[in-house]
Design a protein around this ligand. Structure first.
Ligand SMILES: C=CC1=C(C)c2cc3[nH]c(cc4nc(cc5[nH]c(cc1n2)c(C)c5CCC(=O)O)C(CCC(=O)O)=C4C)c(C)c3C=C
Ligand SMILES: [Fe+2]
Length: 491
């Protein structure tokens, strides 16, 4: 059998929210709804292409632990709704010994060349100058996915954002001043976009790559207008956050959904959203490469503790809102450690959370507390690894490199190192390009699926009908002689 060279993801028409994956050696059908109770176990349906098309009831197997090309892809419409559930991750595992099919693969490949493909990189954004700091903070705190107020108090969101941004601006400005007077995020993200475009071209998938920032320029609205002007016919949305959080990827996708829903043209464009990609082999290996390289700078590399420091989120996101961020973070770290182990690197490691804001409880343990404790426990060499973000930014350049380094040294840690952010590391960008190519066939337009608004209306209509019939029925029952006597007897 002739095999296609690229991996593909397709949704199965017979099972909602399913994705199937085929590559040089195999394909899978993944059905999130058939997920087993254990968080990381998914039931994968495997079968021949023909059997898949005729029936989705192919042989059912439990997924293995082996992870190859994985990312979580959905159409734009259902992207957020599914990820707000406690453990929504649609994992695509690669395993050997499964049949392949060439016909659809080559069809997809030719389809790819006909389309005007766009890739939309989602990122947080950062102030370009010190004057931008307060308005940037206002945009951030005005986001209902960052400050989650109860519905009744939503009218307070903007005044509160104004107050908090003004109060926080002086401290934030100090931070940005110490790293050169602004955030490097825009420049690095633009460079990543250029590198990704080149990597896609090298794989014979020409595409325009756009940058959509959530809280500063270029805003999502600007990127989306450009996509429209460029007459893009197929779009892959790729958040530059490896792990999904309601506060990051979730927030950006929410904005994107509302922009697409409002626009007839945009809602017709097939879109695939890659929601998280922390399990991708290319990413895990790129992280392991950076860690291995940085360990070599220590006097005794095997004695250095690998200290993963992730951006925190309030605990309520995990406990009440079902944010998968913590689970994904832990799994990501365990995959990186497995990879290091397979290379003979057996250093001890730990995870802590940094950058908390405000008076609520955030994910623990807190980075600053752990650093002091480790110093007290006699740890002498420590390698900090920023893990929730793939570019240098204020929290690596100022918080880790300055504040935490100073704290660590004060606490007795003698040898300090920090793994650089991936930025434009070529193995990483190549892997992102693969993720885009794999996601392309799963792109679906909003207009080809029912919108959540429609569903909600359906529910309201259904509810009203039930209420009406229920009331009429209750009225006649109450008037019936049998019912009257029953009431009389009780009284
Ligand atoms: C995965 C990454 C991030 C998560 C999760 C996240 C959640 C989160 N952040 C804040 C508040 C602030 N974040 C700020 C900067 C900032 N945050 C991230 C990433 C995540 N945030 C990045 C990459 C950046 C830096 C951007 C840059 O300019 O370099 C800031 C501003 C800086 C400061 O004043 O400290 C705030 C404030 C909350 C409240 C939150 C979850 C609810
Ligand atoms: Fe943040």
């Amino acid at each position: 059998m002739d095999f296609s060279t690229s991996s593909r993801l397709l949704s199965c028409p017979k099972i909602p929210n399913s994705v199937h994956h085929y590559s040089t050696t195999n394909y899978f059908l993944l059905c999130p709804k058939l997920k087993t109770p254990k968080a990381n176990n998914y039931i994968i349906l495997e079968g021949r292409h023909n059997s898949l098309l005729s029936s989705c009831k192919a042989s059912v197997i439990q997924c293995s632990d082996s992870v190859d090309k994985c990312c979580n892809v959905t159409p734009l419409l259902s992207a957020n709704r599914r990820l707000r559930k406690p453990d929504p991750v649609g994992k695509i595992y690669n395993s050997a010994d499964v049949c392949t099919f060439t016909e659809t693969a080559s069809k997809s490949a030719s389809h790819v060349t006909e389309d005007r493909i766009g890739v939309l990189l989602l990122n947080l954004g950062g102030p370009d100058t010190l004057n931008d700091v307060q308005p940037f903070l206002y945009n951030l705190f005005a986001d209902p996915d960052i400050i989650r107020l109860p519905r009744l108090f939503r009218f307070l969101q903007r005044p509160l954002a104004q107050l908090i941004s003004v109060l926080r601006a002086p401290k934030s400005k100090e931070g940005y001043a110490s790293i050169g007077g602004g955030s490097p995020l825009r420049k690095i993200t633009d460079e990543q976009a250029d590198a990704l475009k080149m990597a896609l071209e090298a794989k014979d998938v020409p595409a325009n790559v756009y940058v959509a920032m959530r809280y500063w320029h270029p805003f999502t609205e600007e990127a989306v207008q450009q996509i429209k002007r460029d007459k893009i016919t197929k779009l892959v949305v790729l958040p530059l956050y490896p792990q999904y959080s309601i506060s990051t990827t979730g927030s950006s996708i929410r904005v994107l959904q509302s922009l697409f829903r409002e626009d007839m043209h945009l809602s017709g464009i097939p879109v695939a959203v890659i929601q998280s990609w922390y399990q991708r082999e290319g990413y895990i290996k790129s992280m392991a490469d950076l860690i291995e390289k940085e360990l070599q700078h220590f006097p005794i590399p095997e004695e250095a503790m690998i200290f993963f420091s992730a951006h925190g989120v309030p605990v309520s996101y995990i406990k009440n809102a079902g944010d998968p961020y913590k689970d994904q973070m832990e799994e990501c770290i365990s995959l990186i450690m497995q990879e290091l182990k397979s290379r003979g690197t057996n250093n001890v490691h730990t995870l802590a959370y940094q950058s908390r804001v405000g008076p609520v409880e955030w994910l623990k343990p807190y980075t600053d507390k752990v650093l002091v404790e480790l110093g007290q426990q006699g740890v002498k060499s420590l390698l900090a690894v920023p893990i929730s973000f793939v570019s240098e930014h204020i929290e690596t350049l100022e918080e880790i490199d300055m504040e935490y380094k100073e704290l660590a040294i004060e606490s007795g840690i003698e040898n300090w190192g920090r793994v650089p952010a991936l930025n434009c590391t070529s193995s990483f960008i190549t892997d992102l390009a693969d993720a885009v190519i794999e996601a392309l066939p799963s792109a679906v337009s909003m207009s080809s699926t029912s919108t959540s608004g429609d569903n909600e209306n359906d529910h309201v209509f259904e509810y009203a009908i039930k209420m009406l019939f229920g009331s009429v029925l209750a009225f006649f029952l109450l008037l019936s002689p049998k019912m009257k006597s029953a009431f009389r007897n009780r009284l």
